[in-house]
Write a protein that binds this ligand. Sequence first.
Ligand code: ZN
Length: 373
Amino acid sequence: MTISIDAAFDSGNIVVESLAGTTARLSIRKDRESDFFQWFHFRVGCAVGDALELSITGLANSAYPDGWPDYAVCASTDREHWFRLDTRYDADADGGSLIVQHTAESPILWVAYFAPYSMERHHDLIAWAAECDGVTYRRLGHSLEGQPIDCLEMGSGDTQVWLYARQHPGESMAEWWMEGALEKLTDLADPHARSLLAKCRFHIVPNMNPDGSRRGHLRTNYAGVNLNREWHEPTPERSPEVLCVRNAMDETGVDWAMDVHGDEAIPAVFFAGFEGIPSLKAEQQQKYKDFQAALAAATPDFQVDLGYVESAPGKANLSMSTTQLAERYGAVSMTLEMPFKDNRDLPDPVQGWSPERSKLLAHACLSTLDQIL
Ligand code: ZN
């Protein structure tokens, strides 16, 4: 019997190059109108006890080749609990190959770059959150393919806080983080939530890129556009997803903002800030540094040693949301990055970085925001 492989579903992505018995040679489809590829999500139909060998090939040309060494593939048998598979990366095999060996324990194995967050799950999240006490639902606009850009608002305070995620659709941990944030903020028994809702007005966009999410993209929307390079000049033709969110931000102003992402190569949780903006104010920068230090003290899953190189003074790229919001509104804004690999400081050989840890990190971020506001 030969195994079967399928990916024609919400957020699926894989190309079957060849199948023989329990061995599959695979590759990843590029984002539409783009050269980026890295996200994969597929299912394997097999027999319990099959010695599966799955090779995902051609990865030297992927968006982040540094993402593959020390990375382990995510899998699930029930699509709820995700664990890691025995994985090695061979840079010389077949244009760079990720090779997974696994003895099947179920007739269908689901395999992905990270635990997926499908558009169906997104709609479940929006439907649930919109019915919670004190929550207002707004549809800010549409994606290029006509999907809604959903926003949930709550809180009665004056401090305008914007949380938004999945500009890069393959970074699914970002929407798991959003699920955690919404669970905390709608928990009437949570003292930090009560305190935050008295101080702030929250505007939460759990998914900025529904088209890329449904299509199984890594980094771009339907038109092959990287939304996090559009914030200086979003257009209805290229980036309506950004335009509608930025227009809503123009109405409210922005005091605090967090743009939630995943990083392919760095095995840690970290922030990227807005050091290089032309109008940088010492107080604005200090608030960012204070928040960063407080979060590092609040959770051992966050750290400040590993991260990106800061921009030189005046050299910020204002096409990115974090820098654009800091410059445009004087906001304390930050990009939160979580790993696709494990967290170097607190490794978990079974799950690696996971949906559960992403949600707990959201709780820590919000408790910390409450403490320093
Ligand atoms: Zn990203």
